[in-house]
Design a protein around this ligand. Structure first.
Ligand code: IMP
Length: 429
């Protein structure tokens, strides 16, 4: 395996958790490197379902080292709850290391995220992003303006309190003047954060050093992406309807300290159809009853927020883009079983924009609002794939569906997800 990255190729929710859990069998170290608890990764082990928000799916393999990398932002109370929840189910997190440089989601980040969405919604709501309200935009904004707090700051109570006094002067002005909300008390905030810092301390460490040592010792390292390529703050579709981090493969380097030439394989997770939560363009969206039925069949409701996801047909124009941006070496096609009962399956092969056929993503993503998908229609396979164990005898229509995808993007499909359970993963030759 050496170093393998798993990246979402769509708008998140491609089923990365299950893929990471599957690949983690061969890993020594599993790392999450960007975002925060806006993610929700679901892994079903036998009859038990685990939902992870901050924690890498590697924690379910207790003997592996799991890392929350320096590119992440953590909400310390929720993180402790997540750890305690797993402990309560017999899963020790003793091999978890939280980067001392991960940023802290502060109470005002959560408030700003919520209040700013309300402000954007004032009027016609067209400016609303539809965030998960986990404080992600505000925490990464503070990181960039160098006004943030990091996990290591909790080990220095005097400096932490002093800086918080200073920072809260500005934040309280925004809270009271702009949002007409109550100010926060610096003493109370410091007390609860320093207290939670004590509880987190056993897990905190220098994750870059651990990763460098792992590379030196040729350990197998698995990089677990969160969100998806099309939500990337720079390369997503389209600003501002994005998350405030880098879910593309380049983000793994920034969020872990691993150099680009040390990543050997980049697996792109592709859901057999596509979904999106929140606002923004979505050319193949199915807004009708058929879409609603597909949403239910695929259980397309947010793990982190419970919101219904918008769903649509697979879009090869967007996939080609994701292949290039991430340098994908392999594709994992997930949730194939969700399409089992469909007599016909559609795949967008190109767009028609202003009377012209476009096969690759237009340079100006604003054009997407006017994109009409040009579909290829394939016969469905109409068999239950959930019991498939090998790729030796795939039904012909399914094999054709896979060929259409892998030939369009020139990347092999090496794994198929055919159900929610850990064992429902088929390795293809
Ligand atoms: P934020 O990351 O909470 O700021 O939300 C920004 C956008 O990214 C919204 O459209 C969210 O619905 C979307 N988003 C954030 N995290 C995820 C995820 O893990 N899966 C799917 N969409 C996400």
């Amino acid at each position: 395996m050496p170093t393998t990255a798993v990246v979402g190729t769509q708008w998140g929710d491609e089923g990365k958790g299950k893929v990471v859990d599957f690949l983690a069998r061969d890993a020594d170290i599993v790392i999450r490197s960007q975002g925060g608890n806006n993610a929700g990764h679901t892994v079903a082990v036998d009859e038990e379902v685990f939902k992870l928000y901050h924690l890498p799916c590697g924690v379910l393999h207790t003997e592996k080292t799991s890392i929350i990398g320096s590119g992440m932002a953590v909400q310390p109370f929720r993180l402790l709850d997540e750890i305690a929840g797993l402990n309560g189910r017999g899963i020790s997190c003793e091999n978890l290391i939280i980067s001392h440089h991960a940023h802290l989601i502060m109470p005002y980040h959560l408030m700003f995220d919520e209040l700013e969405e309300q402000r954007r919604c004032n009027g016609d709501c067209r400016g609303m992003i539809g965030t998960t309200k986990r404080g992600i935009g505000p925490v990464f904004a503070d990181k960039m303006t160098r006004s943030g707090f990091r996990v290591c700051d909790l080990a220095e109570p005097v400096e932490f309190k002093e800086r918080l006094q200073y920072i809260l002067k500005e934040k309280n002005l925004i809270l009271t003047e702009l949002y007409k909300s109550e100010p926060l008390d610096p003493v109370k905030v410091a007390d609860v954060y320093l207290d939670v810092g004590q509880k987190l301390r056993p897990f905190v460490g220098d994750t870059v050093a651990v990763v460098m040592k792992g590379l030196e010792e040729n350990k197998n390292i698995l990089l677990e992406g969160a969100q998806g390529t099309l939500l990337d703050i720079d390369y997503g579709i389209q600003y501002p309807f994005l998350t405030s981090s880098h879910p593309v493969s380049g983000g793994f380097c920034l969020g872990t300290g691993i150099a680009p030439n040390r990543i050997d394989n980049i697996y792109g997770v592709v859901k057999a159809y596509i979904s999106r939560v929140g606002e923004g363009p979505f050319p193949t969206e199915l807004k009708d009853e058929f879409g609603a039925a597909l949403r239910d069949r695929g259980n397309e409701y947010g793990t982190a927020t419970g919101r219904p996801r918008r769903v649509g047909w697979l879009d090869l124009v967007l996939l080609k883009y994701a292949v290039v941006i991430n340098g994908l070496t392999n594709i994992v096609l997930t949730k194939v079983d969700v399409l089992d009962e469909l007599p016909e399956i559609q795949v967008a092969a190109a767009y028609e924009i202003d009377g012209e056929r476009i096969d690759t993503l237009p340079g100006d993503p604003c054009l997407l609002a006017r994109a009409n998908p040009i579909y290829e229609t394939l016969p469905g396979w109409l068999i239950d794939t959930s019991g498939l164990e090998t790729g030796d005898a795939l039904p012909e229509p399914l094999a054709n569906f896979l060929d259409l995808i892998s030939e369009a993007v020139d990347v092999p499909i090496t794994l198929l997800g055919v159900g929610t359970r850990r064992r429902q993963m088929v390795e293809l030759g």
